[in-house]
Design a binder for this molecule. Structure first.
Ligand code: ME8
Length: 518
């Protein structure tokens, strides 16, 4: 063990009834940015993702595909692994709920809840939506176009009547409210916390946590006619991967509690049921539940029936991976809903990346290659303007930390782009091309200041755009061991005389003709 502080972050585990789309890629991307940021900032990180493979919804999907559930899960789960690889997600573990380590963990948690008197056997009678794998009360339902009852999510519901084990959720109402009130950043953003709080304040019913009408799931210990409700199974993945049931073990103590990220659709499960299960089992609650917003595509709800599903590999092929990573993290204030449009992505590629950032690096590095023997230039005394730019760049680390401490990715990027703007204005103001004849020493200083600012910028954009930022750092001859955030200070500034490789553009322009042709 390194003695570094630890950081544990999780994505939801995705249902294998469907292939990955932009929504899944988005949550995992946000976690990847967090994970990379924390690693560069001196933490030991565990970044977990995986697949949720049990339950009626997956059972039905396998049936429709005409294969047995596990074969079906193997195939779709693999497509989420491929997504992680293709999107350069720095995952440390990929969990599948069909793995033995998870079955052991869920059954251990169940036994613990039984031991603590939190589970009892009764009958469930009520509405269930297979698509959401959720129970609903009559007053939550709306009428569909043909009079059919629908869940708030729009999913059809069916009447279920069967014996069921229940979790005493109602008993946890006060302690949940206490948790939300005493730890105001337990649920973020605030709007979501308020929603959850009023849901809980409105009263909680005990939760049905087993079913007898299907078989694809983890059997209840000592009563295998009952299959565990898929959400108790799924949520437990977060502690399985940390080593549960060995909760006294070094691994578990090292990682737990985690920061859970997800879309707002499944916040209730994470912010109400999960902490209640954990408290009932005597386990520490998560560090935070962050529920981000929902993506639409060209202004429309993304759905298979509309045929507007955004396929992750297609947008990467079109714009480039780091371009897409940047667009998704920048285009929408994290936490809010957002719309993915071709126009927006093309603009981000050309305006923010090719013009502002790429062009800054390309201009500066080419001038250095041409006029400074391809070496980090020697600098003279720094002027106020020089210090102004470099200090603002160094200051970005503290600003970025503050924003990412509340997952405000867009604000971190805005702050970085402000400095990119400053650096571009500085180039124009200082006009190093003119200094070449009048004052070559001053030209060298100006180019040095710019190269140093680019070093800081490229170090800080690594979490969002690992590959492109890495290429920029390569061009500044920054070694792999000098790319962490503890290098972001004047003491570790570029060393004059260091030979630099031949500069190459990092962010190509997205061709406008194609934009218009599409
Ligand atoms: O709910 N915009 O899995 P799931 C933004 N297995 N995010 C989106 C999105 C969109 N349009 N569509 C999907 C499950 N997502 C359960 C989770 S966790 C213990 C179990 C993302 O495959 C978002 O993170 O339906 C959302 O919460 C998740 O995919 C739902 O994935």
């Amino acid at each position: 063990m390194s003695g570094k502080p630890t950081f544990y972050i999780t994505t939801p585990i995705y249902y294998v009834n469907d292939n990955p789309h932009i929504g899944h890629a988005y949550t995992t991307l946000a976690c990847d940015v967090m994970a990379r940021f924390m690693r560069l900032d001196g933490h030991d990180v565990m970044f977990l993702t995986g697949t949720d493979e049990h339950g009626q919804k997956v059972e039905k999907a396998a049936e429709e595909a005409g294969v047995d559930p596990l074969t079906f899960c193997d195939k779709v789960s693999e497509s989420f692994r491929i997504l992680a690889r293709d999107w350069n997600f720095s995952i440390d573990d990929f969990i599948r709920t069909t793995e033995p380590r998870h079955v052991t963990s869920v059954q251990a948690l169940w036994r613990k809840l039984v031991e603590n008197g939190e589970i009892y056997l009764d009958h469930y009678e009520g509405w269930y939506a297979v698509r959401d794998e959720a129970f609903y009360a009559e007053d939550e339902l709306t009428a569909g176009p043909d009079g059919q009852k629908l869940a708030p999510s729009g999913a059809p519901v069916e009447w279920v009547k069967e014996p069921s084990y229940f979790f005493r959720l109602s008993a946890w109402q006060d302690r949940l409210l206490e948790l939300y009130d005493s730890q105001p950043d337990f649920i973020l953003p605030d709007t979501r916390r308020n929603e959850v709080r009023s849901f809980v304040a409105g009263g909680l019913r005990d939760l049905s946590i087993s079913r007898t009408s299907f078989s694809w799931g983890i059997p209840v210990p000592d009563d295998p006619d009952h299959i565990m409700y898929v959400w108790i199974d799924a949520l437990t993945n977060y502690i399985t991967a940390a080593g549960y049931p060995d909760e006294e073990g070094a691994e578990f103590k090292r990682w737990w509690p985690a920061l859970h990220m997800m879309g707002k659709d499944i916040m209730r499960f994470h912010a109400v049921y999960w902490p209640a299960f954990l408290m009932a089992a005597g386990i520490e609650v998560p560090k935070r539940i962050y529920a981000h917003g929902w993506w639409t595509s060209e202004g429309q709800k993304i759905s298979k029936s509309v045929g507007n599903v955004i396929v992750p590999s297609e947008i990467v092929a079109r714009y480039g991976l780091d371009q897409v990573r940047y667009t998704l993290m920048r285009e929408v204030a994290f936490g809010n809903d957002g719309d993915f449009s071709h126009r927006g992505a093309a603009q981000r590629c050309n305006h923010d990346l090719a013009n502002d950032y790429g062009n800054l690096a390309q201009r500066v590095l080419s001038m250095i290659a041409k006029n400074c023997d391809g070496q980090v230039p020697a600098h003279g005394d720094f002027t106020t303007a020089d210090h102004g730019l470099m200090d603002k760049a160094y200051g970005l680390l503290a600003v970025s930390r503050e924003h990412l401490s509340v997952q405000a990715f867009h604000q971190m990027l805005q702050a970085i782009w402000e400095v990119i703007g400053d650096a571009n204005r500085y180039v124009d103001d200082q006009a190093p091309w003119a200094l070449k004849k009048t004052d070559p020493d001053r030209m060298a200083t100006v180019l040095y200041v710019l190269a140093e600012a680019i070093r800081v910028l490229a170090t800080l954009t690594q979490p969002v755009m690992p590959e492109s930022s890495g290429k920029m750092l390569d061009q500044l001859a920054i070694g792999d061991d000098q790319r962490a955030f503890d290098s972001l200070n004047a003491e570790q500034a570029l060393k004059p005389g260091t030979a630099l490789p031949k500069p190459q553009g990092v962010f190509p322009r997205y061709q406008e003709e194609e934009v218009e042709a599409s």
